[in-house]
Every structure is written in structure tokens, then in C-alpha cells.
Design a protein around this ligand. Structure first.
Ligand SMILES: Cc1ncc(COP(=O)(O)O)c(C=O)c1O
Length: 451
């Protein structure tokens, strides 16, 4: 090791660079598994000390102890939660961003990075049909995206009403948990609206407004474009129209599903999205970017600016000319930030939007194949026809414990990572597809394990 820890050291760098190359070339990606009883403390003990440890030893701890105990979200066998499937181009560019130590809070510091991020945001806004002038920023994930957008919804409503008191935002019980969490943090009262067959409709939202003693206090409505549990798209047009008529903010959580904007066949499902005041979509989900990245868009970014801009004497220089500058820090709950939109920018630029649409469609194809296989097998039953790429199915006769043991067995045997969920009060199994490399053979293998 050189005495100066800021000097490039080829001996330290080479094994790490070699590892990156090998990991990038790995096909198929190994699933791996943390297990439940690994004594990490013993293996990590003493590594952080006053004098520093041998880099070979520290890196070996990562490669041999830590990394194999992280389930690979980018494995074609990862079908739980919402997986990831970053393109190699996006992963490589993420390394470029890391090596360049890019910081992208403001136009002053990082106009070049922000311009490229904004190119992606503009493309998303156009696909969504938002008005020209729409814009926003990339944040770390859908949860922060929802929180940031809902903060603007709350403030916009409060200002209109001239109150600093409690206001309400309507959402269905199927909305992602981060939305209810955001409302709690924002001290906004949730107005829970019953969905109709798991889909929030304009009629249900209209009735919820009607039932309120003071409907004006409902300052926002959340629609979901692809629920996490089942991939259901709310009645965006109906909800959006009611929200507009009531002067309420319309936020669309499309963290998972709005990747479908790139697919000409799925695009019409998002009819009404153009009415949104804000929406999110996570490139680290179905848009093939590495963690962590959420695109947050506002129809009128000035409203977001008026809520999120941080004021401090040392930051005043950032806001000298609002006509040319675009400070990502003005649009969300963040200041210092990595340009989380650059990996998708590079990947989109080199692969093109058509191939993105085709890759999204590939997940739909494997979803349909899975449904066909489940329908053909006597021991399993599809619980809901998928609208996007999530399949909920029942293993006939199983208890919750059976699902949990099966799930653990599957990942321990490195066949797949499939976790249980519940549907209409009963535990069931769930596949979430988005990796274009997931095969029909794998589905057959998984279904075979639960006969
Ligand atoms: C619809 C929806 N919204 C929000 C989130 C939260 O996103 P993140 O995990 O990036 O915070 C998810 C995550 O799966 C989601 O599916």
C-alpha cells in the first residue's frame, strides 16, 4: 500500500477491476443466498482497525464471505419482490460514474451530468404525455420519489386552502406501503378508498369525495400504475379526471409498472397518465438500470421547486438564474446526490428505446408462458389473470407454513428465489418477472418442486 491513500495503487486496483469484469461476464448470474445462521461477526472481526488491513484479505472477505450471501436480484432465478435486470451497459456506466465521483446536486457543479439525466426525464415525460416543461430529478428509489411528490401535493393544497392544518390525500389499500408511510411522515390524513376488484376507479374516488364533510380538504389522490403485489393498473383516466375537477393533486406511483411506457402494446394501458401532476418510475426495476434509481417527474416543476429548494447562504449561488439552471436538489428530499439517471441514460442511448420496449415485452411473454404452465398443472391455480408481469398462484391445499418452507427450500437449493404473499386473505405464491433471461424451463422446474 502506498503511504498516501489518495494515490492510485495498481496492486490494490487490479483484483477489484478483474472482479468487476468477471461479475459482468457472469452468465447466468449465480443466485446465492444469505442463509440464516452465518457468523458474520467472526469473519469481520478486526478488519476495521487503526492501522488498516491487508487489501487482499479485506477483498477476500467480500468475495468469499459477504458477496455469496447476497441474493442476486439480477439473477434470472430471482422472481421475488420486484427483481432487477440491469443491462451491462448500465452497469458499466455506473462504474464510470463511481470512478468519476460525480456529484449532481446543482447545475453549477454538474451541468453536464444533469443535462444527460434531464434528457431521460424529458423522454419519460413525453412517453407519459406530460406537458412540455415537465421535469424533475432522479432519487434513490420509489419510496423517496413518492415522499417527495406527496410533499409537493400537500403544500400545493395547503397553499390553495390557505391553511397549515391537516389535509387529506386519497389512496387505495393496494397502493404501495411507501405511500401510506409518506403520508404519515407528512402528517397528512390518508383517505382510504376501496378499490373495485383491486383496481382504484374514478367512480370510487368521486364517491369518496362526495362522502367527505369537507371535500376541499382532500388535496391529492394517488393512483398506481402497476400494483406491487399483483401488477394491477388503476383507472388512471377516471381518477385523474376526478382529481382535476376537485383541484386535487394527481400522483401516479408507477415505480414498477410505468416501464411499460416503452412497450407499444402496453402503452395504451396507461391512458390518463397525461393528467398526472407527478409520477414516478424506477429504472432499477423494469428499466434495466442498477440500484438505486427512481425517476420523479412533475407536470409543473416550479411547484416542486417552491417546496424542495433548500435555502442557505452558502447555497444562494445555485439559484442565481432560474431560467437556465436546473438543480436536481430543488425537486426532492435530497441535496448531495449521485447522478442516478446516468446509467439508464447511457444504456438507453446505446441500445435505443425500441430494444427497451422489446425487453419489457419479453417479461410479458414469460408471464404468459408461466400462466399457461400453471393452467396446465393440476396442483396449482392462477389466482388472477396478470395485467403486467406478476403472477399470483395457489398451490392447492397448502398452508402458510408450506409456502414458507417451499420458498426457503427453493433458494437453499439455488433453484429460484420465490417468496410468498397473500391474496384476498390467503397466503399464495407469486412470480415477478422482468429478467429477459428467465426461461420457461425454469418455471417448469419450480412448479415441479411443489407437486
Ligand atoms: C408501486 C411501487 N411503489 C413504490 C415502491 C418502492 O420503491 P423502492 O423500493 O425503490 O423505494 C415499489 C417497490 O417495489 C413499488 O412496487
Amino acid at each position: 500500500m502506498p503511504d498516501d491513500m489518495f494515490t492510485f495503487d495498481a496492486a490494490l486496483a487490479q483484483p477489484l477491476l478483474d472482479y468487476c469484469l468477471e461479475r459482468l461476464k457472469m452468465q447466468p448470474v449465480e443466485l446465492d443466498y444469505g442463509g440464516t445462521s452465518v457468523a458474520f461477526e467472526d469473519r469481520l472481526h478486526g478488519l476495521l482497525n487503526e492501522e488498516g488491513s491487508d487489501p487482499t484479505e479485506v477483498f477476500a472477505t467480500f468475495t468469499d464471505v459477504l458477496a455469496p450471501r447476497v441474493v442476486s436480484a439480477d439473477s434470472e432465478r430471482f422472481l421475488a419482490f420486484i427483481p432487477a435486470a440491469p443491462t451491462k451497459a448500465a452497469l458499466l456506466f455506473d462504474m464510470v460514474v463511481s470512478a468519476s465521483s460525480l456529484h449532481a446536486a446543482s447545475w453549477l457543479e454538474s451541468a453536464g451530468a444533469v443535462a444527460a439525466e434531464n434528457q431521460v426525464l424529458t423522454l419519460l415525460a413525453e412517453l407519459a404525455g406530460l406537458p412540455s416543461g415537465a421535469g424533475g430529478t432522479f432519487v434513490g428509489g420509489g419510496s423517496i420519489g413518492n415522499l417527495s411528490a406527496l410533499a409537493v401535493a400537500r403544500e400545493t393544497g395547503r397553499r390553495r386552502l390557505g391553511t397549515s392544518g391537516t389535509v387529506k390525500i386519497a389512496l387505495s389499500e393496494e397502493a404501495h406501503s411507501s405511500n401510506a408511510g409518506a403520508l404519515r411522515l407528512l402528517d397528512v390524513e390518508p383517505l382510504l378508498v376501496k378499490s373495485v376488484d383491486h383496481r382504484l376507479t374514478g367512480a370510487a374516488i368521486a364517491a369518496a369525495f362526495e362522502a367527505e364533510a369537507d371535500p376541499s380538504l382532500v388535496v391529492g389522490v394517488i393512483g398506481t400504475a402497476g400494483t406491487t403485489n399483483a401488477g394491477i393498473i388503476d383507472d388512471l383516466r377516471g381518477i385523474g379526471e376526478v382529481a382535476k375537477a376537485r383541484n386535487a393533486w394527481f400522483h401516479v406511483d408507477g415505480a414498477y409498472g410505468l416501464a411499460g411506457l416503452f412497450s407499444p402494446t402496453l402503452h395504451p394501458k396507461f391512458d390518463g397518465l397525461e393528467l398526472a401532476d407527478s409520477f414516478i418510475v424506477d429504472p432499477h426495476k423494469w428499466l434495466f438500470a442498477p440500484f438505486d434509481s427512481c425517476a420523479l417527474l412533475y407536470a409543473q416543476p416550479a411547484l416542486a421547486r417552491s417546496v424542495h429548494t433548500q435555502h442557505a447562504s452558502y447555497l444562494d449561488i445555485l439559484h442565481d438564474d432560474a431560467n437556465i439552471e436546473w438543480n436536481p436538489s430543488d425537486y426532492a428530499v435530497h441535496l448531495s446526490r449521485r447522478p442516478k439517471g446516468l446509467p439508464i441514460w447511457f444504456s438507453l442511448a446505446v441500445h435505443g428505446t425500441r430494444r427497451y420496449g422489446e425487453a419489457v415485452d419479453q417479461a410479458i411473454n414469460i408471464t404468459r408462458a408461466a400462466v399457461r404452465q400453471i393452467n396446465a398443472a393440476p396442483h396449482v391455480r392462477v389466482l388472477r389473470a396478470p395485467e403486467l408481469s406478476i403472477v399470483l398462484f395457489e398451490r392447492i391445499g397448502w398452508s402458510t407454513a408450506d409456502y414458507e418452507q417451499w420458498s426457503e427450500r427453493l433458494v437453499r437449493d439455488q433453484i429460484a428465489f420465490v417468496t410468498p404473499t397473500s391474496w384476498e386473505g390467503k397466503t399464495c405464491a407469486r412470480f415477478a418477472f422482468l429478467n429477459p433471461h428467465t426461461t420457461e424451463e425454469l418455471i417448469a422446474q419450480i412448479l415441479e418442486t411443489c407437486t
